[in-house]
Design a protein around this ligand. Structure first.
Ligand SMILES: Nc1nc2c(ncn2[C@@H]2O[C@@H]3COP(=O)(O)O[C@H]4[C@@H](O)[C@H](n5cnc6c(=O)[nH]c(N)nc65)O[C@@H]4COP(=O)(O)O[C@H]3[C@H]2O)c(=O)[nH]1
Ligand SMILES: Nc1nc2c(ncn2[C@@H]2O[C@@H]3COP(=O)(O)O[C@H]4[C@@H](O)[C@H](n5cnc6c(=O)[nH]c(N)nc65)O[C@@H]4COP(=O)(O)O[C@H]3[C@H]2O)c(=O)[nH]1
Lengths: 143, 247
């Protein structure tokens, strides 16, 4: 019945939430590294810390999905051993001055690769979740 | 690699050194991107995404200064709450809701309260408009303008002294909030009761939005109305709830 649909939607929603969290974290790291590259090339005059808001903000034009959302963390491992945990826990951002241009570029490529995978999975899970939501909506629809 | 981060924490807590703090801010700043994206639901044009992020960074810095690494809690969990709180606090402190809209909202709320007291039920748009000496279209335009300010603005306009967002409280009362623990049992019961006394369509909009998690467009589809109409109904229901919470 409806309870079963709700439960399955909640499960897919949890997966979607987890993927979205890691995706946003990767986006942040990516954009910070890109800024550092521009700063080194002289394209950017500000320091990283000064530019933080403009680096991390989404474009104004971004159109919202219109759903009620809360910043809920997915369950996070104490010590993670997945590739995502290694990337998010590494010292690239905290030792930025010590990392040479080649090091920055390879860090960026690693992030881009895993971000593409996660965004793809996220799209698929969103489709699954949206199908369950459509089923819920249908139960309410006044024909 | 993860040890680098934990030794950075040790170094910062031991020395309070600015450079260590700055490195921690940069390391965890993507958390602010995550929170700002979720909290800024439907904010209007005059609130800059970059502003939300800078408010959030203050919350992050606060969290970094106050966090105790050896307590065994995850920093992310601690930081998320401070970041969200900082963004909401700052939004409320800003005077970004136009005075005229704020005044309009107060006027509608007052009329709603008077009529609800007299009729012992939520008035229809027609009854409310007549009571205010407006046409239904004028009333709905006003509701649209208020709801265009976004859900956070409804909080700001209607519950500026509350430390919880009204949306979170409504969701919590329906058993679907982010943390069911934050609301006093008494408050949750009053709110749940107030929701149950709303007319069917108002209650449905709140249920679909906060409990079933549909988008505004999907709700419009279910009800057979425009998304903008859904926003107006949502604004009116929230005002009605607020009246019942404060009577
Ligand atoms: N309203 C809304 N729209 C959404 C959401 N998720 C995806 N979209 C839309 O779907 C498009 C493709 O998303 P993607 O495949 O994840 O592919 C994305 C993603 O892989 C990446 N990306 C997105 N945001 C960021 C960011 O802030 N930083 C970085 N480095 N990459 C990003 O760039 C690609 C293109 O991004 P866009 O041009 O923005 O284009 C996005 C955006 O228009 C969402 O939660 N809400
Ligand atoms: N089932 C389902 N769920 C969906 C869909 N689109 C988004 N979501 C979920 O709903 C949350 C809020 O989406 P939003 O209002 O568009 O709000 C988004 C949007 O404003 C922005 N954003 C995220 N990704 C992109 C992107 O690729 N491009 C742009 N321009 N903005 C993005 O950041 C906000 C927060 O994003 P998240 O943390 O990822 O959180 C997202 C995600 O968890 C969908 O089609 N189906």
């Amino acid at each position: 019945g409806i309870e079963d649909v709700r439960e399955r939607r909640a499960l897919s929603g949890d997966v979607e939430n987890e993927l979205s969290y890691y995706r946003r974290m990767l986006h942040g790291r990516m954009d910070l590294i890109r800024f550092e590259q521009r700063r080194r090339s002289g394209e950017e005059k500000r320091s990283l810390i000064e530019a933080l808001p403009s680096i991390l903000a989404d474009p104004e034009s971004g159109h919202r999905s219109g759903r009620y959302e809360v910043p809920d963390l997915p369950p996070l491992p104490d010590v993670g051993h997945r590739e995502i945990d290694h990337i998010l826990g590494d010292d690239v951002l905290i030792r930025l001055d010590a990392i040479d241009d080649a090091g920055l570029e390879s860090a960026l490529e690693a992030i881009q690769e895993i971000e593409a995978e996660i965004s793809e999975q996220r799209r698929q899970v969103q489709a699954v979740e949206d199908a369950f939501v459509e089923e819920l909506a249908a139960r309410y629809r006044v024909s | 690699p993860a040890d680098e981060v934990s030794s950075l924490w040790d170094r910062f807590k031991a020395t309070g050194e600015d450079r260590a703090r700055e490195a921690l801010i940069i390391q965890y700043s993507p958390l602010v991107k995550f929170v700002a994206g979720r909290v800024g639901v439907g904010l209007p044009r005059n609130v800059d995404q970059a502003d939300l992020v800078s408010y959030g960074i203050f919350g992050l810095i606060d969290a970094i200064d106050k966090f105790e690494p050896d307590r065994g809690f995850k920093f992310e969990t601690y930081a998320i709450n401070r970041i969200k709180g900082a963004i909401l606090d700052e939004l409320r402190a800003l005077d970004w809701v136009p005075r005229s809209v704020r005044a309009r909202a107060r006027e509608i709320e007052r009329s709603l309260a008077e009529l609800e007291h007299r009729l012992q039920r939520t008035p229809s748009d027609d009854e409310l408009a007549r009571h205010m000496g407006n046409s239904v279209d004028e009333l709905r335009d006003a509701l649209a303008e208020i709801s265009n300010l976004g859900i956070v603005a409804l909080d700001e306009v209607l519950a500026p002294d509350s430390s919880n967002s009204l949306g979170d409280m409504v969701a919590d009362s329906m058993g679907a909030g982010p943390e069911a623990a934050f609301q006093k049992e008494e408050t949750r019961r009053i709110l749940a009761d107030a929701i149950n006394r709303l007319p069917d369509r108002e209650r449905l909009v709140l249920t679909l939005y906060y409990y079933e998690g549909l988008t505004l467009a999907e709700i419009g589809d279910v009800l057979g109305v425009t998304e903008s109409r859904v926003c107006q109904i949502h604004a009116k229901s929230v005002m009605s709830l607020r009246n019942r919470m404060t009577e």
